[in-house]
Design a protein around this ligand. Sequence first.
Ligand code: NOJ
Length: 523
Amino acid sequence: MSNQPWWQTTVVYQIYPRSFQDTTGNGIGDLPGITSRLDYLADILGVGAIWISPFYKSPMADFGYDVADYTSVDPMFGTMNDFDELLEGVHRRGMKLIIDWVPNHSSTEHPWFIESRSSRDNPKRDWYTWRDPKPDGSPPNNWISAFSGPAWNLDEETGQYYLCTFTKEQADLNWRNPEVQEAMFEDLRFWLDRGVDGIRIDVAHFIMKDPQLRDNPRRATKAKSITRDHGEYDMYEHLYDKGHPDNHVVHRDVRALLDSYQPERFSVGEIHIADLEEWSSYYGDLDELHFPFNFSLMYAPWTAAGIGEKVNAAEEVVPPGGWPSYVLGNHDEPRIATRFGEEQMPLAAMLLLTLRGQPTLYYGDEIAIPQRYIPSAEQQDPHGQKLEEAGRDGCRTPMQWDDSFQAGFSPPGADAPWLPLSDDWAGRNVARQLDDPQSLLNLYRALLAYRKSSPALQAGDYRQIEAPEGCLAYQRDNLTVALNFTDGDIELSLAGEVGVTTYLDDAATPGRLRPHEGLIIET
Ligand code: NOJ
């Protein structure tokens, strides 16, 4: 096979730890729960790496993205020993472990912030961004939180505002102070020294802001978000509160830190930037992120032309030697089964697993867990409490393992799960789909196995080829992938052997695509 680094050939599976497997019976998933499901991930499903959303000590204002101690495990999720066992279990199965790194902000309960807040002259005051109110008492500038409302919160005691781009319990760290970078890097080394294989960097382009904290210009009309609607936030041109060129300096330093490790460590950045040139600048000269997540397929029109255009655009801007990536679902976006429609799920699976680049799967999408509607008043997600349609509880419901008590998510007799299961769990779960030879789960298994043994899918070039309307077709070396986005038959003039059909039957032929069928054809 090729000598590509693991992060180019591996398929990553994202786990939202609260929602994957509860072993203690408190209705919340935990690290031993993930360990107990490693055989599923490695042998049954066949992914090569897992990325776990934050499990660090946290008051859970943003469910772990408010970190109170970067080198700890929250007791809710287990102990450091549990983490070590998980890591050992992952490595024993030949898999890799990626953890979440949240550099933009800490919890306001982090000891650094507690010190920083304690007085204006505390040595850690400058570890966060503090400013005086305007003369009328209002916030220092017009920046607003990604979760609505001002991005500033007033500390009554010291009479200043601190910057908080997400919830007021998440204070933005001041990366212009070298002590902050030093402390954050030390905490990062803690995990790299322990043996984690990579990091997913939370809001990687938010870290550095305009040093003058200038007001963002207000837009005449709302920007079209590349993901879900962010309400008032999308009414601004975010020139100054994120995306400062100095972010690149930070990412070069992070890369140098990662590169100082053997074996090789990896980083993927969460970068939501619609302008693809700017987005791709985070590859640097291949000395910044290994790659930014590419979210552009998430909200592209779900048509052959719409998806083809986004893939071509991404292929064009990824620098030579750089590696693309694709994501369809994650813990922030509505479930793909609901967004695209369930009948599209097999096609989505084949698309994601046959493009050039690293695919990241979101837990539960392999069985098409649907989005659960949860009204704003019942949402636990801070964003959903402010803006119902932006709420993220609905895509974080517990994993559906079987038709036993609470879908096998919690042990018998456990408390109710932290979020309700999706309505259809009794009929839609891993056990049920393993028994059905034509289930979506079995398609994922087939595609993952095929990809693992296919140099063309792992390393081959990508080239879109002519196809009838409604069909997206592309070549990966000796393979042709043809995807029918319509609900009618499409005649094809292709020849070769069918490697995989999304129908998982024997009736597929390279001369015709059935409705919503995808084919891998060996030419
Ligand atoms: C992006 C994460 O994916 C999201 O879940 C979180 O709320 C924000 N960053 C803030 O950390």
